[in-house]
Ligand binder design. Structure first.
Ligand SMILES: [Zn+2]
Length: 263
């Protein structure tokens, strides 16, 4: 098996027994010997239909509610994300010439919050609610078109680089990628690790994220600690750097390249 991020050799890492949760039994996790990216080989080997059923089954359990037992800070984080996005927008760091989109928006909580603040964030989700009227359909997505692409808790559910390329490829030339995903220096070799939930199949490291960052030609990134969100920039880098430096607090962290906050 080769790594879907860097194509490096992957080797068996550990196994976790889900004891029937979401139909899962023993799940094998494999780790890239080059970038440390870890994936569930069991999930990667699943037929597409089984994979979709698993995602639907898992997400239906908490979407349209205000609590996810696997993610107790969910609503708190979404509120923080909305205010951080609104703040960066107010300061002119998020262009508004072209539409914004939340790719993988679930039931649209973040979009609804921002819409209430007067910021229009389109909704798209492959698995949920795509038949509803205020969602953009898959065929209507436009490459290199959106000035802000928001993506929260999606990367963990992805089995191929093509899907990641499609998401990042939606960002316009001047656009910003606003990303929430768990990133670690090294995925712990521990079946009890909190992030090993039934619907997560891919686990990212600072090294694998830096590879993606470069692949998609981003220049600098800002991490906002409270909202657990990265903002990846292609342009406007010096102004962003000055803004973060002028803030003189630890809420925002700037780096040329991928901001490897979690080490
Ligand atoms: Zn790799």
């Amino acid at each position: 098996m080769n790594c879907f991020i860097c194509n490096g050799r992957m080797s068996f890492y550990f196994v976790k027994d889900f004891k029937g949760a979401c139909g899962l039994r023993k799940v094998e996790y494999w780790r890239c010997e080059v970038c440390g990216q870890t994936v569930s080989k069991t999930h990667f080997d699943m037929a597409q239909s089984d994979w979709e059923r698993l995602n639907q089954r898992y997400h239906a359990s908490y979407q349209r509610t205000n609590a996810n037992p696997d993610d107790p800070r969910w609503m708190e984080r979404i509120n923080a994300q909305a205010s951080t996005i609104a703040n960066l927008s107010k300061n002119g760091f998020l262009p508004r010439d072209n539409p914004w989109i939340d790719y993988g928006c679930g039931d649209g909580k973040l979009s609804n919050l921002l819409n209430n603040a007067g910021i229009n964030l389109l909704k798209f989700d492959s698995y949920m609610f795509d038949s509803e009227r205020d969602y953009v359909g898959e065929k209507s997505l436009i490459k290199n078109h959106y000035d802000v692409v928001v993506n929260t808790s999606v990367f963990e559910h992805v089995r191929s680089i093509n899907v990641l390329d499609e998401i990042a490829g939606l960002v316009s030339e001047q656009g910003v990628f606003a990303l929430h995903v768990l990133v670690v220096e090294c995925v712990p070799k521990d079946p009890e690790w909190f992030y090993l939930i039934p619907a997560h199949c891919a686990f990212y490291t600072n090294k694998s994220m830096q590879i993606l960052f470069k692949r998609w030609c981003f220049k600098a990134s800002v991490y906002h600690v409270e909202s657990r969100m990265w903002f990846w920039f292609k342009t406007n880098v010096n102004a962003v750097k000055k803004f973060v430096q002028a803030k003189n607090d630890n809420a925002y962290c700037f780096k040329s390249g991928f901001m490897d906050y979690w080490k």
